[in-house]
Design a protein around this ligand. Structure first.
Ligand SMILES: *[C@@H]1O[C@H](CO)[C@@H](O)[C@H](O)[C@H]1NC(C)=O
Length: 175
């Protein structure tokens, strides 16, 4: 083989390997395209990068990662609201925290459905994630404005948005 042919075939192989098996998985450009749509791009990227799989994930795995992170956050918040309900002596407050617990139960159910659809790669059918944002707001809006829960609610909202836009990106990529 001439050296020109060797160089040419190496170049073809390189291009092919980049197209067929992108070794870096999700690129910074893709993360930016997804996360720039959320309220807080940096937080969205930090959420996704908190899972070590993101660095080498393809888009279907990124969908699963985003939903598993969302599931963990919902479980955490659910447990916190259960504690807040148990700890509060004020009856109105107890009831409001109880509404949050119910809301988070609801969210956990919707996330389970979304996870199953993501596993089946039926991204178009994942359409209830937006309701998580409503439920998380609804919970916090029923609480006093100085509620110590505003931080965990904010985290839940941003984690939900992150999952919404990851899965939106999959729909536009895969239909
Ligand atoms: C509820 O009370 C327990 C026991 O005092 C405490 O350990 C926990 O941190 C409290 N939880 C919340 C969310 O206030």
């Amino acid at each position: 083989m001439s050296s020109v042919a060797v160089v040419a075939s190496v170049a073809v192989l390189l291009v092919a390997s980049v197209i067929i098996c992108p070794s870096n998985g999700i690129t910074g450009d893709i993360l930016a395209a997804i996360c720039s749509q959320t309220q807080n791009q940096e937080t969205c990227e930090a959420i996704l990068e908190s899972d070590p799989r993101t660095g080498s994930a393809d888009l279907p795995l990124l969908s699963l990662v985003s939903l598993e992170l969302l599931s963990k956050q919902a479980d955490k918040n659910h447990n916190s609201f259960v504690q807040f309900r148990e700890n509060s002596t004020d009856l109105d407050l107890k009831r409001s925290f109880g509404n949050c617990v119910t809301g988070y139960n609801d969210m956990q159910g919707k996330i389970k459905v979304a996870l199953r659809l993501s596993q089946k790669r039926q991204y178009k059918r994942i359409n209830e994630l937006g309701q998580l944002i409503k439920l998380a707001y609804g919970c916090e809006n029923g609480l006093p404005s100085n509620s110590p829960t505003s931080g965990i609610t904010e985290t839940m909202l941003l984690t939900s948005q992150t999952a919404v836009y990851v899965n939106q990106f999959l729909i536009t990529s895969f239909g």
